[in-house]
Design a protein around this ligand. Structure first.
Ligand SMILES: Nc1ncnc2c1ncn2[C@@H]1O[C@H](COP(=O)(O)OP(=O)(O)OP(=O)(O)O)[C@@H](O)[C@H]1O
Ligand SMILES: [Mg+2]
Length: 319
């Protein structure tokens, strides 16, 4: 196992109290390791601490406690060395609206000590389909295009570790797919990417690993596939050729029930241990052994979204 590109230990952030309320604990002893070259998706509801976590790594939020090590540098001590290798596409659009697209991107390039390279700026604009807007003022762009400018700015100094804080919020479906491709291309170039999103579909599509954060705590980190297998449920609907009055003994032990007047068999299983699909295959064999014919078998695995909602729901009950 390679040394992580980013290593976070015991990271805590309590925002100071305003007025007479207590402070807000936005991050609570977060431990997280990010592997070089992966796409890591951080999922969590509003106010979970995602932006605070990113801000702490990018030097925008001063942690209350804990350590952050990036590229082997302790950020509290060697912030500059690491900072030049980190890029951020912030959640909030904060950029000079009167600047032209090209100037804005060239400015970001210089900001991190990279030499001015207009050819490279044009290449980035080209790759984000912004080239024909290069001389437009940013205020004249649509919201989705403004977001692309933010991405271009974040790429200008060729970061090795890129944070995308809700990169596709407010972006239409077509543009979103386009941005997914851009992000995939960055990964191919070896850039490590951490993104936050409310579109779970996005994490499902792109991420190698997923972390779930709620109330400043990381509830779970895992390979996306493993998470879907471990926590996912499989549902199957089997329409029978002839109705059954009762479940035959061959089906004892399978999590199945009869519906639609005995013409439909419903299966729901695999919860917590995966293997739902394999069990449905065994179920189909058992049906054949019992001499029960069926006309169709539909199988559906729960999505990351269903897992996510289920997980946050059960935490809510426990709290
Ligand atoms: N500058 C600040 N001062 C005080 N409290 C803050 C500040 N920034 C964030 N918070 C609080 O910290 C908590 C975490 O906020 P954060 O912005 O990190 O959440 P998030 O997961 O990014 O949410 P969202 O999905 O809405 O972007 C929230 O309770 C928020 O109100
Ligand atoms: Mg946020």
């Amino acid at each position: 196992m390679h040394e992580p590109i980013l290593s976070i230990r015991g990271l805590t952030k309590t925002y100071a109290a305003r007025g007479n309320g207590g402070g807000t604990r936005a991050l609570d002893a977060v431990d997280l390791d990010i592997r070089k070259g992966e796409i890591f998706a951080l999922l969590g509801p509003n106010g979970a601490g995602k932006t605070t976590l990113i801000g702490a790594v990018c030097g925008l939020v001063r942690p209350t406690g804990g350590t952050i090590t990036a590229f082997g540098h302790d950020l509290a001590r060697d912030w500059r060395q690491a900072r030049a290798r980190i890029g951020l596409v912030p959640q909030e659009l904060a950029t000079d609206m009167f600047e032209t697209v090209r100037d804005a991107v060239a400015y970001s390039q210089g900001l991190f000590g990279a030499p001015r390279d207009i050819a490279r700026v044009d290449e980035i604009l080209e790759s984000l389909s912004l080239h024909d807007k290069r001389n437009s003022q940013i205020r004249a762009l649509s919201g989705g295009m403004k977001r692309r400018v933010l991405i271009a700015k974040a790429l200008a100094h060729e970061p090795e570790l890129l944070f995308l804080d809700e990169p596709t919020a407010g972006v239409d479906v077509e543009l979103r797919k386009d941005m997914w491709q851009q992000i995939a291309r960055l990964k191919e170039r070896g850039v490590t990417i951490i993104l936050t999103t409310h579109y779970i579909e996005e994490a499902e599509e792109m991420a190698d690993r997923v972390g779930i954060i709620q109330r400043g705590r990381i509830l779970m980190v895992d390979e996306k596939r493993a998470m879907m297998e471990r926590l996912g449920t499989t549902e199957a609907v089997i329409d029978l050729a002839a109705p059954l009055a009762a479940l035959p003994p061959e089906l004892a032990g399978f999590p199945v029930g009869l519906a639609e007047g005995g013409t439909r068999l419903t299966y729901r299983g695999g919860n917590g241990q995966g293997g739902g699909r394999a069990e449905v295959a065994r179920l189909a064999q058992a049906l054949t052994r019992a001499g029960i014919a069926y006309v169709s078998l539909d199988i559906h695995d729960s999505s990351l979204e269903e897992i996510f909602v289920g997980l946050l729901g059960s935490e809510e009950e426990a709290a």
